[in-house]
Design a protein around this ligand. Structure first.
Ligand code: NAD
Ligand code: MG
Length: 402
């Protein structure tokens, strides 16, 4: 890499966004120490409401532009950046415009379907997209992939499992199976009755990974692995029956590809998002990072289990949605976002997350709302329908047996 690679980070204040800025800073510091040009330059950083952190990150990284979707904090953000030459834009449209600004790479790290519109703007202008925001892919499916193809850009998977597969998948059509590993989350060894009483604090206390609240709850229900199953099917054009889920509590093997000749290739590493992030930022080159090194003699043993679909029904629901395809994954994702928020706000119990998703899927099917997605309007209609049905079921259940 000779001239700096320009980068926009959507969701810069989040767990993936901050890890991305850490990787950028380390690469630029190493280059400076070696008397070389910086490796990356930051074009734009976006956030939803955390203007304090957004301002601090923009100043530290030398960003040229920031966009904050919650415009109520616009005055504070402007005051915080008054002494800096950093352009500021406010409101949801500002995030779309930030993604549309020219840059070599866009890190899509907003959480949830809220990331869809900005990520699509990056896709339409042909940017290379480092994709962490799995919900936007699950939500818009083929419509999103088509926008990427028409724009002439590409997706580099950041999600650690998909990044692992990307690293070991060759171009052959001789793949027998993709095997996504799952840590099993914080409740892997809990009884069904203990899981029924789980609190938000327990659910976000992931054993191996430090992540945002929503994905942490998804990891506890195993819906995260369900969303990743759909993500893998889309990213690697693989049918549902050729993708397996393997519980691997140590999170050392990040996923595997089984070939028809009996070879199985895996990618291993510490459970540190800086590794897959660095891979996507530098691809096809590699960066030096200070992420922890893997010492298999310290780890000693690796364990594997079949996922328990009775205690973790969300995974079953996601597989059913993938089999159905059409708008079913969109509705699954929308219902899950409503249910997870409700659980975090203590309006429903932990098992009610999967129950609400299941009821929403059934109702959407009864109403014929899970038909094929023709265009973006269909995506937004299905997303809205999923949210509205899930909210109705949530309100019926609110405060029941919590
Ligand atoms: P997070 O909650 O830590 O950060 C979310 C970011 O999105 C923040 O910058 C926030 O300001 C922004 N945001 C939230 N709501 C928004 C809205 N309505 N409009 C615009 N911006 C909004 O989340 P995270 O853990 O960094 O995860 C981000 C994405 O990456 C998720 O899709 C997650 O599934 C995926 N992912 C995360 C990890 C991880 O280790 N954290 C690993 C793999 C994939
Ligand atoms: Mg993952």
């Amino acid at each position: 890499m000779s001239s700096p690679k320009s980068l926009t980070i959507l969701g810069a204040t989040g767990s993936v966004g901050r890890a991305t800025l850490d990787v950028v800073q380390e690469a630029n510091d190493r280059a400076r120490q070696a008397g070389k040009e910086p490796v990356f330059e930051i074009i734009s950083l976006t956030a939803h409401s955390d203007w304090v952190l957004l301002a601090a990150l923009a100043i530290k990284s030398g960003a040229r532009h920031v966009a904050l979707s919650d415009s109520r904090y616009g005055d504070q953000l402007k005051a915080a950046l008054a002494d800096h030459r950093i352009a500021i834009d406010l409101g949801p449209q500002a995030l779309i415009e930030a993604a549309a600004r020219p840059s070599d790479l866009v890190m899509a790290a907003i959480v949830g379907a809220a990331g869809l519109a900005p990520t699509l703007a990056a896709a339409r202008r042909g940017a290379t997209i480092a994709l962490a925001n799995k919900e936007c892919l699950v939500c818009a499916g083929g419509v999103f992939l088509q926008a990427v193809a028409q724009g002439g850009g590409a997706i580099l998977p950041v999600d650690s499992e998909h990044n692992a597969i990307f690293q070991v998948l060759d171009q052959s059509d001789q793949v027998e199976k993709l095997i996504l590993t799952a840590s099993g989350g914080p409740f892997r060894t809990w009884s069904a009755s203990a899981i029924a009483a789980a609190t938000p604090e327990q659910a976000i206390n992931h054993p191996n990974w430090s992540m945002g609240q929503k994905i942490s709850v998804d990891s506890a229900t195993l819906m995260n692995k369900g969303l990743e199953l759909i993500e893998a099917a889309l990213l690697f054009a693989m049918p549902e029956h050729q993708i397996d889920i393997l519980v691997h509590p140590q999170s050392v093997i990040h996923s595997l590809v089984a070939y028809q000749d009996g070879s199985v290739l895996a990618q291993l590493g510490a459970a540190d998002m800086r590794i897959p992030i660095a891979h996507t930022l530098a691809w096809p080159a590699r960066l030096v990072t200070s992420a922890p090194r893997l010492d298999l003699t310290i780890i000693g043993r690796l364990e594997f289990e079949v996922p328990d679909l009775d205690r973790f029904p969300a995974l079953k629901l996601a597989r059913a949605a993938l089999k159905k395809n059409g708008a079913a994954p969109t509705i699954l994702n929308a219902a899950n976002e409503i249910a997870v928020q409700s659980f975090l706000h203590r309006s429903i119990s932990f098992p009610q997350i999967a129950a609400i998703v299941s009821e929403t899927m059934d109702e959407a099917c009864r109403l014929g709302l899970d038909a094929a997605l023709g265009d973006l309007d269909d995506v937004y209609a299905a997303d809205q329908a999923g949210r509205s049905i899930a909210t109705q079921y949530r309100d019926k259940r609110r405060f029941v047996s919590v």
